[in-house]
Design a protein around this ligand. Structure first.
Ligand SMILES: C[S@@+](CC[C@H](N)C(=O)[O-])C[C@H]1O[C@@H](n2cnc3c(N)ncnc32)[C@H](O)[C@@H]1O
Length: 306
């Protein structure tokens, strides 16, 4: 079934689109929400508009891509379990639309909250003036771009060990128009930040924290497609978190904050790691479902380790 196409766009009666959706789901399986997501991001048909089609079955509906192309993407997703975000090349996250693809983690919804926590915990300078922040394991640059937008008077450093991730982060930084606000660097956690050790006011990290054995049990759409380096936190899931916490006392400025995302069952362990690193004001933070998924600690304001 295909409507008239003008350029890459397609127009067809609402009833045809609804029938296509019904028949495709019946023949390929999969979640209706996922197909609707593809219609939204790939076809430009927002969810409320999609719902309204039922009320006006004879109205024409315009899609950004021909239906045949969307069907091809859907069938590929069902056949290979490749994430729809990789197939479309984009992922909505907070108020951004980030470019993603194989080789970089698809930013998750729970991580959106890390930005609000970071802004609330950051040492308060007027409008972020002079604030130096860092994002360890930046992936596609989601956290770094959001912080750069929220702290226009600050300066940032975002690092990753993956060249693919850094390529996507550079694309997203440019798309958001914040190239001047943070620097991207290839680094094994704190290493490339040595010149700024002792000066970092705010450090965020969403490191790989899933225990290796749990990674094996993840859904194929994640396990077989997203980069293992972004997911696998070693046998207990805490390998990267240990390294990051261990470097905090040297890297943070006095009064500086380290804010971490972790697995749903690591709150106590990560709190201990932060305390062992000499951090004060160690706190656990809950996600929107009430689960402790984040932890923070602050370096002592006066004196302390350098
Ligand atoms: C869970 S992903 C987080 C990506 C992004 N910050 C986000 O929240 O969507 C972890 C990131 O850490 C990076 N990473 C893994 N090992 C690293 C290391 N030794 N040094 C720096 N980055 C590393 C991975 O490449 C990946 O991009």
């Amino acid at each position: 079934m295909e409507g008239s196409t003008g350029g890459d766009c397609a127009a067809l009666p609402s009833s045809d689109l609804l029938a296509w959706r019904r028949e495709l789901l019946a023949s390929t399986g999969g979640a209706r929400a996922d197909l609707d997501w593809l219609l939204d991001l790939g076809g430009g048909l927002r969810w409320p508009e999609l719902q309204a089609l039922h009320l006006h079955p004879h109205r024409m509906v315009w899609l950004l891509q021909p239906l045949a192309r969307l069907e091809e993407l859907w069938r590929q997703h069902r056949r290979t379990a490749e994430p729809l975000q990789y197939l479309v090349g984009r992922c909505p996250w907070r108020d951004l639309e980030l470019q993603v693809g194989p080789g970089v983690l698809i930013p998750r919804q729970e991580t959106e909250l890390l930005v609000d926590l970071a802004l609330a915990l950051a040492p308060q300078t007027s409008g972020g003036v002079g604030l130096l922040w860092a994002d360890l394991g930046t992936g596609c640059g989601a956290l770094a771009v959001a912080l750069a937008r929220a702290l226009p008077a600050g300066r940032g450093l975002a690092v990753d060990a993956s060249d693919e991730a850094l390529t996507f982060a550079a694309l997203n930084r440019a798309a958001a128009g914040v190239e001047e606000r943070f620097t991207l660097m290839r680094s094994d956690w704190w290493e490339a930040l040595k010149p700024w050790w002792g000066e970092l006011d705010l450090v965020v990290a969403n490191p790989p924290y899933i225990p290796s054995i749990t990674v094996e049990a993840l859904e194929p759409v994640v396990r077989d497609h997203e980069p293992r380096r972004a997911l696998d936190g070693g046998s207990d899931g805490l390998v990267a978190l240990r390294t990051i916490c261990a470097g905090a006392a040297q890297a943070l400025a006095p009064g500086g904050v380290l804010l971490l995302e972790h697995h749903h069952d690591q709150s106590q362990s990560v709190g201990l790691l932060l305390e062992m690193a000499g951090m004060e004001e160690v706190q656990a933070h809950r996600d929107l479902e009430g689960v402790r998924r984040f932890a923070s600690g602050r370096r002592r304001s006066g004196g302390g380790t350098r």
